[in-house]
Write a protein that binds this ligand. Structure first.
Ligand code: AMP
Length: 493
């Protein structure tokens, strides 16, 4: 091609690209549900977005095993399943988790909702905008949190408490014991064991009293669940963080702050800042050089009020009664005011730095904070992704993915019999692979073993005319002939 021709071809390609973009823009205008796509993206190969991933077979079988175990174990403790929505009003999380926390201020996936679903809010915004120039008015409405924002849930405790209030569950026999499982969303920096879409299995006990036996039973339930999964090397840390009354935690926090101020110069920037904002969080620090300093700080257990001290002692007694092995960890704290008394964390092996598989604690003030009646509450959340990683690391992750029976059929008559037999065997609960087209005998056996099948059921014209089935055990190559009832009996053994 001459230089002139090349130039012409390039111009033509450019025109075509522009026309395609114009056509796309026109289509989108006519049909606004079409997703905007730049011409350069038309041929793009898509990948799951950063921090999210596909869970695929055979691993999903392990996920199902974990989830089924949770359903079974939690039911034996009298818990019922709740399935809250994944989308919630952003303010639910701002109010419960706290607008200043990293989870809410930086990590939530939040977007403006359409105003047509919020007629009252739309009117309030219009009123603001009438008094102010349009853009300023809109900015005011947005920053004053009038504008309706919705978020993908970063956790589920707030949703469960909202549901407890919304459905007047305080009218039910107390306490109400609920569990959930499902995806959560936080825009964190992805790494091993930390994802932007991750899965939690959690439970909450709401209402009734705050008997230490409830705390102990909730912990016993999580440990029973982990035991059933045979997860080795678990460690349960517990602590009491008192409660938010002047003679209890606030007094300790002040003492801690004073002590921290004395050693401020030796601390890193984060801890220095936290002395004023949230001194308890300094105890979370993983910085090597801060450890000896933290070790000398006053411990909350020595500064609890009498009621919290008694509660903590009773929780420990109740755990011993249940044979639950724990370790006291005075540095296990929670930053929010409504968290109180019992806190616990479970760590597992094989996870590197992200080794916490479960966090939980008592939060008696939360339902009231969300506008409900004063309500006792305690719960936990298990990180399912990490639990799965830990099971795999411990060699407990294998789930058989092969088929029970591969039907090697040959001939038209045999095919009709094969379809009938597949239905019969599947109804009896066996996993059956029925090849959609005829294969030579050798090829069929090859496929059967590639699919890790236990047996090949051979169905040729001979078998059909005799009304018999030939069953080949693939592990040792042995073959036996059966009638239909004999076949079912043999397979069921
Ligand atoms: P939290 O709701 O922050 O108390 O977390 C409870 C549990 O959820 C943790 O112990 C982790 O196992 C798990 N978890 C929290 N954030 C993530 C994440 N981004 N990716 C995977 N698991 C997580």
């Amino acid at each position: 091609m001459s230089a002139q021709e090349q130039d012409k071809a390039a111009k033509r390609a450019q025109w075509e690209e522009i026309n395609r973009a114009k056509a796309l823009a026109k289509r989108q205008k006519e049909s606004p549900t079409d997703i905007a796509m730049r011409p350069s993206e038309i041929k793009k190969i898509f990948q799951a977005i950063r921090g999210t991933r596909d869970l695929l077979p055979p691993e999903t079988a392990l996920w199902n095993r974990v989830e089924n175990t949770a359903h079974e174990v939690f039911a034996t403790f009298g818990f019922g399943e709740i399935r809250p929505p994944i989308l919630e009003d952003s303010n639910l999380f701002a109010r419960s988790i706290g607008g200043e926390t990293d989870v809410v201020s930086k990590e939530m996936y939040t977007f403006p909702d359409r105003l047509e679903d919020h007629p009252e809010t739309a009117k309030a915004i219009q009123d603001v905008m009438k008094e102010q120039p349009r853009l300023v008015g809109l900015a005011i409405a947005t920053s004053a949190a009038i504008y309706p924002f919705i978020s993908l849930r970063p956790e589920a405790t707030a949703s469960v408490c909202r549901a407890y209030i919304e459905h007047n569950m305080n009218q039910l026999p107390q306490p109400v014991k609920l569990y959930y499982m499902g995806p959560m969303f936080r825009r964190e920096r992805p790494q091993k064991g930390r994802y932007r879409q991750f899965y939690q299995i959690g439970a909450e006990v709401l209402g009734g009293n705050d008997a230490p036996a409830i705390d102990a039973e909730v912990i016993e339930m999580v440990m029973t669940f982990f035991d059933k999964l045979e997860l080795p090397g678990l460690e349960l840390d517990i602590n009491s963080i008192g409660h938010n009354a002047p003679e209890c935690r606030p007094k300790y926090v002040e003492l801690l702050r004073e002590e921290l101020r004395k050693v401020k110069d030796q601390l890193g920037a984060d801890s220095q800042r936290r002395i004023e904002t949230n001194p308890l969080r300094v105890l979370d620090s993983k910085l090597e050089h801060e450890q000896p300093i933290i070790a000398k700080l006053p411990r909350i257990a020595d500064h609890l009020c009498d009621a919290c001290k008694t509660h903590y002692a009773e929780v420990k007694k109740q755990l011993q009664l249940r044979g639950v092995i724990y370790r006291e960890n005075w540095r296990l704290v929670r930053g929010l005011d409504y968290y109180m008394r019992t806190t616990f964390e479970i760590t597992a092996k094989g996870l590197g730095s992200q080794n916490a598989v479960c966090g939980g604690g008592r939060y008696d003030g939360l339902v009231e904070l969300l506008g409900g009646p004063p309500t006792k509450g305690i719960g936990f959340a298990i990180g399912e992704d990490r639990l799965i990683l830990s099971l795999q690391d411990a060699g407990k992750g294998a789930v058989r993915q092969g088929r029970d029976i591969y039907i090697a059929w040959m001939g038209e008559h045999a095919y009709a019999a094969a379809v009938r037999t597949a239905k019969l065997l599947r109804n009896a609960g066996f996993s059956v692979e029925l090849p959609p087209s005829e294969l030579k005998f050798g090829k069929a056996l090859e496929r059967a073993s590639k699919l890790d099948s236990r047996y090949a059921l051979i169905l040729g014209d001979n078998e059909v005319s005799e009304g018999m089935f030939t069953l080949k055990t693939l592990a040792d190559g042995t073959q036996q002939k059966f009638t239909e009832p004999e076949l079912l009996e043999f397979l069921r053994l």
